[in-house]
Design a binder for this molecule. Structure first.
Ligand code: RI2
Length: 309
């Protein structure tokens, strides 16, 4: 398989490309580049090759449904292709459209979410979500005066990226360790987090620790909002599939990878936040309740609900 497919899959697997939105666009873009460079084959060989390429990209990380949605959107017309030329232009056009819609969604979310921030707000965010940070940067650009607490987000410490980005945007930001969330919650009046996958029942799958942030927010009566493009809504959950939670190696948890003898390490990357803790999903279609997710998915997939697997 070509370098662009293997290299992109490797960059996603090793988290050099990360963040659910970004990795979906990178996976789709790899298929587009592969297609642009495809020479000398037949329609039959292209169909086999692009399916293999898609499988390699999809196997890179299992949880964020944005990648699955992006790849499936790009290859949606596969059964209708009649010539190689038609196949090549379909993949290119659909892939480019997915990436540009995803980027446009991010800027709409930034505008929608920024409306929710008022002067004096004290926000909390977890891990590193480009959707959540886009909202904060837009609110700052509009001149709003607010503060942000950001978790460290062990084991990868993506919180460092978050605080760096916010400080560069001149936003008042304080970093905390993950276990300080309950301690600071009395100072917080709104939580903004990102999403890796949202189920048809409105449950959130996001970075490990998100559900603890949500339950602390619930306990303190703090608004907990999820910032996400609707391509992170999972059509697979419409037909009863559960979401695979990625587990990664012990070396990410134990410094230097040296685990003491007889010690096991469990390193789940994401967790599940029940919909009862979530006030709203801030999306490119507007701000919606967890109960609205089913309707968005059902209307989008009503004709091919059984083909979502
Ligand atoms: P955006 C990240 O996962 C975090 O869980 C973050 O909340 C989510 O993706 C969404 O990120 P990881 O790739 O799409 O760091 O909002 O495991 O950037």
């Amino acid at each position: 398989m070509s370098d662009i497919i293997a290299d992109t899959a490797d960059e996603i697997r090793t988290m050099r490309i990360r963040g659910a939105g970004r990795l979906a666009r990178a996976g789709v873009n790899a298929l587009v580049c592969y297609t642009q460079r495809y020479t000398g084959g037949t329609l039959k060989s292209f169909k086999e090759d692009i399916s293999r390429a898609a499988d390699i990209i999809l196997a890179s990380r299992p949880t964020a449904v944005s990648l699955w949605n992006g790849i499936h959107e790009t290859l949606e017309e596969k059964d209708l292709w009649e010539t190689l030329e038609e196949a090549l232009s379909s993949v290119e056009d659909r892939g480019r459209t997915f990436c540009s819609m995803s980027e446009k969604a991010a800027s709409i979310i930034a505008e929608e979410g920024a409306k929710m921030i008022v002067d004096g707000d004290v926000l909390l965010t977890h891990c590193n979500s480009s959707a959540a940070l886009g909202i904060m940067k837009e609110a700052k650009r509009q001149g709003k005066d607010f503060k942000v607490y950001a978790t460290e987000s062990r084991p990868w410490r993506q919180g460092l990226i978050t605080v760096t980005e916010l400080a560069e945007a001149d936003i008042d930001v304080t970093m905390i360790v993950d276990s300080a969330v309950r301690t600071v919650m009395s100072r917080i009046n709104r939580v903004f987090v990102g999403a890796d996958t949202v189920t048809s029942a409105g449950m959130l799958i996001n970075k490990i620790g998100t559900s603890q942030v949500a339950s602390a927010a619930f306990e303190y009566g703090v608004q907990f909002d999820v910032c996400t493009e609707t391509f992170k809504f999972s059509p697979k959950t419409l037909v009863g599939e559960t979401v695979t939670i990625e587990e990664r190696g012990a070396d990410e948890v134990v410094t230097g990878g040296k685990v003491p003898a007889k010690v096991k390490v469990f390193n789940p990357v994401f967790d599940i936040t029940p919909s009862k803790y979530i006030n709203a999903y801030v999306t490119e279609l507007g701000v919606m309740s967890p109960g609205s997710v089913y309707g968005v998915l059902a209307s989008r997939h009503e004709n091919n609900i059984l083909r979502t697997r």
